[in-house]
Write a protein that binds this ligand. Structure first.
Ligand code: ZN
Ligand code: ZN
Length: 320
């Protein structure tokens, strides 16, 4: 808000005053609220307000099936990943009391903390006394002895997936289709990349998209075991759901792992590299400077608006 407001002051030839920024922020909130109300009416008139409409229609290339269309190996292929750049400062960290803010950003992407916490504790806490030092694991000289669980921090024990206590939201976890449309997102709250985040997203994806799906995750190899042992396991195998490791991350896994999990060796993946989330994050990381100390409402609103624009942009270039 601040730079935009300063630019406007410059264009109008007036000195910047802090109250102008508050007024500009309030006007923007109202603009979005009006926009949302008009959009709601339009959706109702066009019959676009049915459950999961956005998930089922955001990417026509993935989810608009034609009659008698030849079946693909995977009916749907998504990638999932977490990102810590969009961390959000906890306003109560210095003993201050946060102002009550009942506003909620409207969003079709978000899965709420209650739905995510259904999968809390699905992975049995493993005994691990190592400190959480936020350093990469040292690479052993003998690459052959490495297992994916020791090499990748997010594949390690849940007790090590901690986050600095100054942050309330430690980042976001998202799912994207192979054309990089954002499908789902959830907040990672006061933790590292716990298993409950991917499990909650996969639960929703399986419910909406059904059978013959596949999902790339940078620790897909280790996570498939977590998924199998979770309450989602029987449903995932019944729906013939596949996990794989994205092509970029896959090259950092050991050779044996790649043979089983790298998209290069999985028929039906085509040119999809399974790294859609990295593309999204490389752009959304720009938001960090304006969201880190924002109010929870503005943090959510900014990310949601950014993803909406990102999806509109992807929609526009689908036919290019
Ligand atoms: Zn692996
Ligand atoms: Zn798609």
């Amino acid at each position: 808000m601040y730079p935009t407001c300063k630019a406007l002051c410059f264009l109008h030839g007036i000195p910047y005053q802090p109250y102008l920024c508050s007024q500009f922020s309030a006007a923007y909130n109202i603009y979005l609220e009006i926009f949302h109300s008009v959009d709601k009416h339009l959706r109702a008139a066009l019959n676009h307000d049915t459950p999961n409409w956005c998930l089922l229609n955001s990417c026509p290339a993935c989810f608009y099936k034609l009659q008698d269309e030849p079946a693909l190996q995977f009916d749907w292929l998504v990638s999932i990943d977490g990102n810590n750049s969009l961390k959000h400062w906890d306003s109560t960290i210095y003993g201050t009391t946060a102002r009550i803010d009942s506003r909620k950003a409207h969003s079709d992407y978000w899965i709420g903390p209650t739905a995510v916490d259904q999968f809390k504790g699905e992975v049995k806490a493993q005994e691990d006394s190592s400190p959480d030092d936020w350093q990469d694991e040292p690479v052993e000289a003998n690459q052959g002895s490495l297992t994916c669980v020791t090499r990748w921090r997010n594949a390690g024990p849940e007790t090590r997936k901690k986050m600095f206590s100054v942050f309330h939201e430690s980042g976001i976890f998202i799912a994207a289709c192979r054309h990089r449309f954002v499908l789902l997102a959830c907040n990672m709250i006061r933790s590292g990349e716990l298993a409950k985040y991917p499990l909650a997203l996969i639960d929703k994806l399986l419910t909406v998209y059904g059978k013959n799906g596949a999902c790339a995750y940078d620790i897909g190899c280790a996570f498939s075991k977590t998924l199998r042992n979770s309450s989602l396991g029987p449903r995932a195998s019944e729906l013939n759901f596949w996990m794989m490791v994205g092509a970029f991350h896959g090259h950092a896994h050991n050779c044996k792992c790649q043979l089983a999990w790298h998209p290069m060796y999985i028929p039906g993946t085509g040119h999809s590299e399974g790294e859609g989330c990295e593309h999204i994050f490389s752009a959304s990381n720009e938001l960090a400077r304006s969201t880190r100390h924002a109010s929870p409402f503005h943090w959510h609103q900014t990310i949601k608006e950014y993803f909406t624009f990102w999806d509109a942009d992807k929609y526009a270039v689908l036919c290019v």
